[in-house]
Ligand binder design. Structure first.
Ligand code: ZN
Length: 284
């Protein structure tokens, strides 16, 4: 149970009709671990249940929006993966004893589960993204209804370098379209804010020093709308995508991601492949 009066990885405030959730781990490039995710979920739930709150803004302190899952604790969390000890502590997985089942169950709740839940909160949500947004970082902003990107924002999913076909929440194809989704995954390259806007993944690109002002201006504008009409509009759009298979595809993407963990466990006893020689081994 999260004590909202004693948050350690996040901050929560309400400004008029807008709730602001801040990921507050700038010293870790806002990498997220279980505590961060549990606190974020408590913040989203508090905002969803507060009748005074009409719009929810998700932002992050510091230079980068999020370097993804907390595996190394460095600015380059994915690039050089894995100190196994730290990764194990941060993910709190008992995969050594329970194998793939432990990974599947933990990630189903904390990665796929939270991202899906936040995506369906019946109030508009806006993510304000600056700097790097890497892998697990995408799973924080993609579930939001709107994304405002600072002009220095960069979006990437380099999880293929770890021998896995992408992060747990497979938004890629829906956010970018099939070809660009494949390019993001196959090359692991960073997409600029401008490119993301052109592809429809981002609503607006703004100067870095105006990111919060413009995000709050948009949030306040939306907060003037009838709250139940906003709920209806959000549900119509989300349901339209769900009818096209969004939810089933997410599940399928998550299952495939788990296959990647399983392969890594079978090859080297660790849930991700750590370097190219391991990847060569796994490819036979
Ligand atoms: Zn995973």
């Amino acid at each position: 149970m999260i004590d909202m009066g004693n948050l350690g990885h996040t901050r929560y405030e309400v400004d008029g009709r807008v709730a602001i959730i801040t990921i507050d781990r700038a010293d870790k490039a806002n990498a997220v671990n279980q505590q961060t995710l549990d606190e974020m979920d408590a913040c989203f739930t508090t905002a969803a249940e507060d009748m005074e709150v009409r719009v929810i803004v998700l932002r992050a302190e510091g230079k980068h929006f999020s370097s993804g899952h907390d595996m190394s604790g460095s600015d380059d969390a994915i690039g050089d993966t894995a100190d196994p000890e730290k990764a194990e502590q941060s993910a709190q997985l008992d995969w050594n004893e329970r194998g793939l089942q432990a990974i599947y169950e933990w990630e189903r709740v904390h990665y796929l589960g939270y991202s899906r839940k936040w995506r369906d909160i019946p109030k508009p949500t806006i993510a304000a993204v600056q700097g790097q947004c890497i892998a697990g970082g995408l799973m924080l902003c993609w579930p939001c209804d709107l994304i405002i990107a600072a002009d220095n924002a960069k979006f990437s999913d380099p999880v293929l370098r770890m021998g896995i076909g992408g992060v747990e929440y497979h938004g890629h194809t829906w956010e970018l379209g099939p070809r660009k989704a494949k390019e993001m995954l196959f090359t692991a390259r960073k997409f600029s804010a401008e490119e993301a806007e052109r592809l429809g993944m981002v609503n607006r690109v703004v100067p870095l020093d105006e990111l919060m002002d413009q995000t709050m201006e948009l949030a306040r504008e939306i907060a003037e709308m009838h709250p139940f009409a906003l709920t209806q509009a959000k549900r119509i759009v989300n349901q339209t995508v769900d009818i096209q298979g969004f939810y089933t595809a997410l599940q399928s993407g998550f299952d495939m991601h788990t296959v990647g963990h399983g392969n890594a466990l079978s090859v080297n006893g660790y849930p991700v492949l750590m370097n190219l020689s391991d990847m060569k081994k796994s490819n036979g």
